[in-house]
Design a protein around this ligand. Structure first.
Ligand SMILES: [Zn+2]
Length: 274
């Protein structure tokens, strides 16, 4: 549960991940140039406004955002397209620099609690807050895991950094799953599922829920305890050598003897579910 992060962990290779590598050389101005320009701004901001233990979270997040934009946009052909793409890439880089400066200011703030701060792609949120009694700041970080997500369940990590600007900060990670509510495909409402250790801190749970809201995640607080696994395909466990089987819910773990592997109505009775 508790471990130590240095720079460069958690996939936090801060080296530039160039995009547009499929393009032929010799284009007048292409995505690769725009990407390089934006990366220059990003790297200058990282050198000027150092954030210690937060860097392994922020650096990869902005680079993923730039790469995603590169991959999604067609190669800039006309002058208008070049200008539009350059504006978006520049805006991402400028926002990133402003985010870093805001977090540095938050780390000195001793009056009001600073808000959650996010990158605009909605995959990372950071909040610094002063632990008055301990007389130092801590950081709360919510990051969406870049792999291992599906439409029905997104994997996130909620991290508490004991000393955000110190590269040797102690980090405590909680794995969080966002389950999309059955029948909520249009509205995309979610419920959050986390470990017992997180549930034991009402303060941290509240912080996490506010952090998810700041990222635009719609949380369904009005659903009772119906398990998000209902209607999905559960696990079949054969009871050899007999020809009987159990069906187990992959979300909450409850089991039934025999029957269909499509999970019927049931409540989630676990500890640690919101
Ligand atoms: Zn269940």
């Amino acid at each position: 549960m508790v471990d130590f992060h240095g720079l460069g962990e958690r996939g936090g290779d801060l080296a530039a991940e160039d995009c547009g590598h499929h393009e032929e050389e010799g284009r007048p101005v292409g995505r690769r140039d725009l990407h390089r320009g934006a990366l220059f701004t990003v790297e200058a901001a990282e050198k000027a406004w150092r954030l210690g233990a937060l860097d392994p979270f922020l650096g990869p997040a902005v680079r993923r955002q730039l790469t995603t934009f590169c991959d999604l946009s067609d190669a800039a052909e006309t002058e208008t397209q070049v200008a539009e793409s350059a504006s978006v890439m520049s805006r991402i880089a400028v926002d990133y620099g402003e985010l870093r400066q805001s977090l540095l200011r938050d780390n000195r703030q001793t009056e009001d609690e600073p808000p959650w701060r996010t990158l605009r792609n909605g995959t990372i949120a950071v909040r610094l807050r002063l632990r008055r009694r301990l007389r130092h700041h801590e950081a709360l970080v919510l990051t969406q895991d870049s792999r291992a997500s599906s439409v029905q369940a997104q994997q996130w990590t909620f991290t508490v950094l004991s000393r955000p600007i110190d590269p040797d900060s102690r980090a405590t990670d909680f794995a969080v799953t966002l389950h999309q509510r059955r029948g909520d495909v249009d509205e995309s409402l979610y419920r959050a599922d986390g470990p017992k250790e997180l549930k034991e801190s009402e303060d941290l749970v509240q912080q996490m829920l506010y952090g998810l809201s700041s990222l635009g995640v719609g949380l369904d607080s009005d659903v009772g305890r119906e398990c998000p696994g209902v209607g999905q395909r559960g696990r079949i466990i054969f009871l050899e050598p007999s020809d009987e089987w159990h069906v187990q819910c992959h979300v909450c773990g409850v089991k039934w003897a025999g029957g269909s592997d499509i999970l019927s109505e049931h409540e989630d009775r676990r500890y640690g579910f919101w």
